[in-house]
Write a protein that binds this ligand. Structure first.
Ligand code: NDP
Length: 297
């Protein structure tokens, strides 16, 4: 039976460390500052943004939230981001995605100062990660959190291990593959055009699922003893809980996969909680760098 990697507990460890280091930094006169920007009324985004701002306050950060109406113009949003770029009290800027359709998301992301881009989506940070400059990059929070979970069971050096990442998005699949490569794993990226995915998955010592398809990865796709990291978060109907009720499941059929895996992340309570914790860690890193101090490891 697989070890269940507890993302909630690990996220609390990360946040506890961030709190301690924030106290240390604040004593030098620098308080980490995080600005979260949201445009429009998307309910899921509202929930994410509220929990990010709440976590930031809990960490002892200077936390600012800008909630703008749906009809906000692109130039207005660019101007706000530039204002935050210039604000010395702000070390991290997060613009919640998706943005309304009339705004060019790419332009907004590239307007963020790369040194405040705690989401790690700016080309400069993508390039730093891609070239293995991990000490100066901001790494996207979800794959960074997934790597920390993996480190708990496999250690930091993945030499000799094969990793298969299913999904090639810019926010999860690609940065995850780069992080695995930087940790010396032998990495394959799979996607919707990959042939015989189950056979490929079965070769993986480390199997990462970032697809967005409920329970697509079945138990017999998992090599015995493999570490399975399930990034997927999918809401499906749960009539057993009552009419109209729903529940969250991952991209991996957990009950089956845990019979084969050596270790596995659950959904919920796996990679999800790690994402916000890593956002706090990135903001703290940014504040340390700005203060000319070595960020905590
Ligand atoms: P995207 O939709 O951007 O990417 C999905 C990827 O899966 C694509 O590369 C796509 O291939 C691939 N894919 C789709 N269908 C198949 C298939 N049948 N077989 C193989 N590959 C397939 O999703 P994201 O990367 O943004 O998110 C992935 C999942 O992770 C989602 O469930 C999302 O909710 C979750 N997520 C969780 C976060 C967290 O905090 N834990 C944060 C971000 C995302 P192709 O490129 O060929 O289309």
């Amino acid at each position: 039976m697989a070890e269940i990697i507890d993302g909630k507990a690990l996220a609390e460890d990360v946040v506890a460390k961030v709190k301690t280091e924030t106290v240390r930094l604040t004593e030098t006169g620098v308080t980490p500052g995080l600005a979260v920007v949201i445009v429009g009324e998307d309910p899921a985004s509202q929930v994410y943004v509220a929990s990010k701002s709440r976590r930031a306050k809990e960490c002892g950060f200077h936390s600012v939230q800008h909630s703008l109406p749906e009809e906000t113009g692109e130039e207005e949003l660019v101007a706000l981001v530039e204002e935050l770029n210039a604000d010395p009290a702000i070390h991290g800027i997060l613009v919640q995605l998706p943005l309304p359709k009339h705004i060019d998301e790419g332009r907004i992301i590239q307007t963020i100062d790369p040194d405040k881009d705690v989401d790690g989506f700016h080309f400069i940070n993508v390039g730093r990660l891609g070239t293995g400059e991990l000490d100066s990059a901001f790494v996207p929070c979800t794959p960074a959190g997934a790597m920390l979970m993996l480190e708990r069971v496999r250690g930091r050096d993945l030499s000799g291990l094969s990793a298969v990442v299913i999904g090639r998005s810019n926010i999860v699949g690609k940065p995850m593959a780069n992080l695995l490569l930087a940790a010396n794993a032998t990495v394959t990226i799979a996607h919707s055009r990959t042939k015989d995915l189950p056979a490929l998955a079965r070769t993986a010592d480390i199997l990462v699922a970032a697809v967005g398809r409920p329970e697509m990865i079945r138990g017999d796709w998992v090599k015995p003893g493999a570490t399975v990291i399930d990034v997927g978060i999918n809401r499906i109907p749960a009539p057993e809980k009552g009419e109209g009720k729903t529940r969250l499941v991952g991209d991996v059929a957990f009950a089956e996969a845990k019979e084969n895996a050596g270790a596995i992340t659950p959904v919920p309570g796996g990679v999800g909680p790690m994402t916000i914790a890593m956002l706090m860690a990135n903001t703290l890193t940014s504040a340390f760098r700005k203060a000319g101090l070595e960020p905590p490891a």
